[in-house]
Design a binder for this molecule. Structure first.
Ligand SMILES: Nc1ncnc2c1ncn2[C@@H]1O[C@H](COP(=O)(O)OP(=O)(O)OP(=O)(O)O)[C@@H](O)[C@H]1O
Ligand SMILES: [Mg+2]
Length: 409
């Protein structure tokens, strides 16, 4: 990608175009950020009317794990940048497209490494030399038993490929039977046909951070920058529930976390933002956990806290536009709203008359056409004089939200 100076007219000859592979809530915000800059947006996902499709110029509904489908769409559309928004994409198609000269954000190799826990752990620990939890790999039940013995208990077994905590099992104590069951469970919930798992030491968490680091072009030179660390808490769940910025942890801790993120961004290369997940353990260790080479769900808070959100940053960076480090404009927080409703269509998000009456509170409703248990449907955002005040507002109003199904006419 070269330094960009101009943006053309969407849908016309001079158009500057992005293509989203994955069209969820993060893709929707990328699309909105792009639309504001006058960029043509194409959204692709496996189901129709995924969130980003509501704000795109065009959409395609295909299986993103099908390499032929991905290549056919990219070759037809010829976007200025392809933006992978989810992990489950036929990554070999991305490598091939990159060879042909297409720009993949941040690059196909980064996407390939980050989607695979084993490759990513080897890369972070052995090549970048970053501190991580203790880990072992296993590819059959016997190896899993040995790996757990080496790591000690409690430990966590995770499939080589999966997202949102799918197939993670915590093993509490030495039990051959339990480890074998955990291994089989992890494999069953793995994406693809892999039989490999990672066994990680289960650490006691004091805090979790996402550090958004990004690489962009300025006067033709690649520069790297990071946003002030976002702290988040999951209440023991695998998915994120609350995030906030800025964090009030010591500057020493925050600068170590940021340093890890910069090293990952520079190691993976390319242009764009990535969300580096970092643990602070109760015994004071600061550990790299994993990276998403794209905007991060916990980073939705930046829509209310920063001059430029993580979505604005990503769009600018991948298109070769400059992105000076955004200042924090207010302390703020986010709280994700999940539904427990199984297989309902056309849900309504209710309670807004009270929720939106609170000063500083806002909501993003994703517009997902159907629900399943555990599906994220919206995010509450708040600014406050302090992070505590923003969080307090969100926790209060979150109780008022309900997700209902359309009553029969
Ligand atoms: N080794 C560990 N020790 C303690 N807690 C852990 C460990 N690994 C993961 N966790 C917890 O589980 C959460 C999810 O883990 P991880 O990020 O590896 O999974 P994921 O499938 O990539 O989920 P997501 O897509 O939400 O990031 C972490 O944010 C953390 O709260
Ligand atoms: Mg994670």
């Amino acid at each position: 990608m070269k330094q960009r100076d101009c943006i053309g007219t969407p849908l016309f000859e001079s158009s500057t175009k992005i293509l989203l592979l994955g069209s969820g809530e993060l893709g929707k915000e990328v699309a909105i950020a792009a639309q504001r800059l006058g960029i043509e947006v194409v959204a692709v996902d496996r189901y129709d009317w995924a969130p980003a499709m509501h704000v795109a110029h065009r959409r395609y509904v295909v299986d993103l794990m099908n390499p032929e489908a991905v290549k056919a769409i990219v070759r037809r559309e010829k976007p200025d940048a392809v933006i992978p928004e989810i992990e489950a994409i036929a990554v070999d198609a991305l490598l091939e497209l990159e060879e042909e000269g297409f720009v993949i954000a941040p690059n196909a190799r980064a996407v390939k490494i980050a989607m695979n826990r084993i490759e990513l752990r080897k890369y972070a620990s052995r090549e970048l030399g970053l501190p991580t939890t203790k880990y072992e790999f296993a590819e059959n039940p016997e190896e899993a038993v040995l790996a757990c013995e080496k790591i000690g208990y409690p430990c966590l077994i995770k499939p080589e490929m999966s997202s949102s905590g799918h197939g993670h099992v915590k093993v509490l104590e030495p039990s051959r039977q339990r480890v074998i069951e955990a291994y089989e469970y992890a494999i069953k919930h793995s994406r693809g046909k892999s039989r490999r798992v990672i066994v990680e030491e289960f650490v006691d968490l004091e805090a979790e951070f996402t550090v958004l680091a990004y690489r962009y072009l300025d006067e033709g030179e690649v520069r790297v920058e990071y946003c002030d660390p976002i702290e988040h808490w999951r209440y023991g769940q695998y998915h994120y529930i609350e995030s906030w910025q800025p964090s009030n942890r010591s500057s020493n801790i925050l600068s170590q976390a940021s340093e890890i993120a910069i090293r990952v961004a520079n190691g993976l290369g390319g242009l764009g933002i990535l969300g580096v997940e970092v643990f602070l353990t109760r015994d004071g260790r600061i550990l790299f956990s994993e990276v998403a080479p794209r905007p991060h769900d916990t980073g939705m808070v930046t829509m209310v806290t920063q001059e430029l959100s993580e979505f604005d940053i990503h769009v600018r960076a991948v298109l070769g536009l400059p992105v000076p480090k955004p200042r924090i404009i207010s302390p703020g927080a986010s709280l994700a709203i999940y539904t427990e409703r199984e297989n309902t269509w056309s849900p309504r998000i209710c309670g807004l008359s009270k929720i939106l009456a609170t000063q500083g509170v806002d909501i993003r409703i994703f517009g997902k056409p159907s629900t399943y248990s555990g599906r994220r449907m919206a995010v509450l955002l708040a600014r406050g004089n302090s992070v505590d005040e923003a969080l307090e507002k969100l926790r209060r109003v979150a109780k008022l939200i309900t997700i209902t199904i359309t009553p029969p006419r």
